[in-house]
Design a protein around this ligand. Sequence first.
Ligand code: PNS
Length: 161
Amino acid sequence: MKVIYPGSFDPLTNGHLDIIKRCSEKFDEVIIAVLNNTKKHNVFTVTERMELIKEATKDIENLEVDHFQGLLTEYAKRKGCNNIIRGLRAVSDFEYEMQMALVNRKVYPSLETYFMVSSSKVSFLSSSIVKEIASLNGDISCFVPKVVEDALKEKFKGGSR
Ligand code: PNS
């Protein structure tokens, strides 16, 4: 079975990586779909985000790293895939994720959303918190893969962006 793991991934964290690794063991094929949202200010471009994911996941074989713009349901139809996976870190994630899953299913009835519970070791992590720590020169080495750590250091070299 094929599944899409969509997200902003600005940038990839060890929390995302936990979901990706576990998901790649459960599904035949995983498509990591990076949202190209021109309205949102991202630290990394969509190309940079994809490169970081590719580098950090190069040992996982059944992965495709892709990007999309617009509705996730339309992207899923184009990819011929009606399975979505999202990570759940805490109860606070649930309301938004539930709303998104229900809206997506209303728009595309055969679309199924699966939730994977984050490992407790990384369930406190978010891209935003990692960016904030990096922007303040903090140590993020245990929160993100090495390539992402280096890329964040480079981005924030001249201070906060
Ligand atoms: O990593 P994120 O930012 O929590 O991911 C959110 C994402 C990309 C899954 C969501 O914003 C999305 O699917 N955006 C595409 C636009 C869309 O389909 N919106 C309707 C869903 S409610």
